[in-house]
Write a protein that binds this ligand. Structure first.
Ligand code: 2HG
Ligand code: ZN
Length: 466
């Protein structure tokens, strides 16, 4: 290690005001960690730049002294991408949180990376528009972090991932150069689109210092239907039918164990008379009563054919929110079990086959480890949470889960799926990246990393090793 905290802090004071450098233990713990909680944070210091120039100066210093940087947004990631455990300097974007520009006719908003996702959503609303990327942590995640991890969420089925809403970004590469990528252009056929290399690169190529985000018209009226289903095949049959007849904004699913945990954890009342093996939550846009009637007819058809056992359709926005709680409350309800998380995807049409094979695979392991399945079925994205039995030692649980996740990843590979649909690779999934990307691809990824970050100072150890 050729740098020391003292050396970094001394020289940083030439670059930013001393009050924007933090070395208190509490700050190091807080800003050096993310929601994955997989290791002890141990950064050298935290720096809070306020301008692009300052970010460039920090990167130049890191190159000169050869110390690593960890970018830090809302730190809501679940894969350890923002964990600083090896004396890195954490670059927090908390003070770069301004909306810089808005152009109504382009429906484009330009902002700094530290703008909280919920603030951007509220800003869009104020302008009569809509920023559609949505997930449970919009209240703390930041737009820069969303872009760096290509965040997904519950509305991907209709609106796509974060990538689809980024009209332009400015980045400071690992060499300290400032790149202005795509500048909000809708059409631009001038060769490689570097913007998309940086989106989803988890801070390993450079730091995103400005974003131009596209907004759209808000959905007219959203309705939510929750159904209990007896069989996994029926979930994709429901998806196909509803998708054909309605403008779906979300199609989510969860298992019986997920329902039990959320009822208990959130003290909710079971909306149905029984617990069913699977639940689907369908959200759709209605323009008039016609769409609501179509949904009711489809539901009746489902009941008549024996697919759906019970169901409920929201009558107003408050009820829609209440139905969402059964799905969105799952993560929080199982947090006390210290779950081991996987976030996989396969083609939507293959999800029933995948889930049946998964059931077989998991039945070979300790039955005391409960499995909670849920996710964005409309996108083929399944969250698999393994729960630690109360009496199992944490270390033993982690070891067993590693073995189980290898079996899961083998299964994912056999389906041509992805070992991370939306949570990213970070540290937790780095050893398994080759289950989803072949060696030739990994070599090109290393080449790209070397090109933009030749000294390997940008979030080293995450996503891919050189
Ligand atoms: C969700 O879809 C999040 O609710 C979290 O991606 C998933 O807790 C999880 O595994
Ligand atoms: Zn999710």
């Amino acid at each position: 290690m050729s740098w020391t905290t003292k050396k970094i802090v001394d020289q940083l004071t030439n670059v930013v005001e001393p009050s924007r450098i933090k070395i208190d233990t509490n700050d190091l713990q807080f800003y050096g960690n993310d929601w994955s909680n997989i290791g002890e944070p141990n950064p050298s210091a935290i720096v809070f730049p306020t301008s692009v120039k300052e970010v460039q100066a920090i990167v130049n210093l890191a190159n000169k002294l050869n110390f690593p940087l960890v970018p830090s947004g809302g730190r809501t990631g679940l894969s350890g991408g923002a964990l600083a455990k090896d004396k890195e300097l954490v670059v927090s974007f908390d003070r770069m949180n301004k909306i810089l520009d808005f152009n109504k006719s382009d429906a484009l908003v330009t902002c700094q990376p530290g703008v909280v996702t919920g603030v951007l959503k509220d800003f869009a609303k104020l302008k009569g528009l809509f920023y559609p990327v949505d997930f449970a942590s919009v209240g703390s995640s930041q737009v820069g972090g969303n872009a760096a991890t290509n965040a997904g969420g519950v509305n991907v089925l209709r609106y796509g991932m974060t990538r689809d809403w980024i009209g332009g970004i400015k980045v400071v590469t690992g060499t300290g150069e400032l790149l202005d990528l795509n500048r909000g252009l809708k059409k631009n056929a001038t060769g490689f689109d570097f913007r998309h290399l940086f989106i989803g690169s988890e801070g390993t190529l450079g730091l995103i210092v400005e974003l131009t985000v596209e907004l759209t018209r808000p959905p007219k009226h959203l309705n939510v239907m929750l159904m209990g289903l007896k069989n996994i095949e029926h979930t994709t049959q429901a998806l196909a039918l509803f998708k054909e007849k309605l403008d779906l904004t979300a199609f989510e699913f969860f298992s019986d164990t997920a329902m039990r945990k959320v009822l208990e954890g959130k003290s909710l009342r079971n909306p149905f008379d029984h617990i069913y093996p699977f639940y689907v939550l369908v959200e759709f846009e209605s323009y008039t009563e016609v769409q609501v009637n179509v949904a009711s007819e489809l539901f009746e058809m489902f009941i008549d054919s024996g697919y759906a056992a019970e169901g409920v359709l929201s009558q107003n926005l408050r009820q829609a929110g209440e139905l969402w709680e059964f799905r969105e409350g799952i993560t929080e309800s199982i947090a006390s079990y210290k779950p081991f998380k996987s976030d996989i995807s396969c083609r939507v049409s293959q999800t029933p086959a995948f889930l049946s094979s998964l059931e077989k695979t998991l039945s070979g392991f300790d039955p005391k480890i409960e499995t909670v399945l849920f996710g964005h079925l409309g996108d083929g994205n399944i969250h698999i949470n393994l729960l630690k039995p109360i009496h199992m030692d944490s270390e033993e649980f982690r070891e067993v889960c590693k073995i189980i996740s290898k079996s899961i990843f083998n299964l994912v590979k056999s389906f041509g799926g992805s070992i991370s649909a939306e949570h990213g690779i970070g540290l937790t999934k780095k050893p398994y990246l080759n289950y989803s990307r072949d060696e030739a691809e990994l070599n090109y990824m290393r080449g790209v990393k070397r090109l933009f970050d030749p000294k390997n100072i940008m979030n080293p150890g995450k996503l891919i090793d050189l």
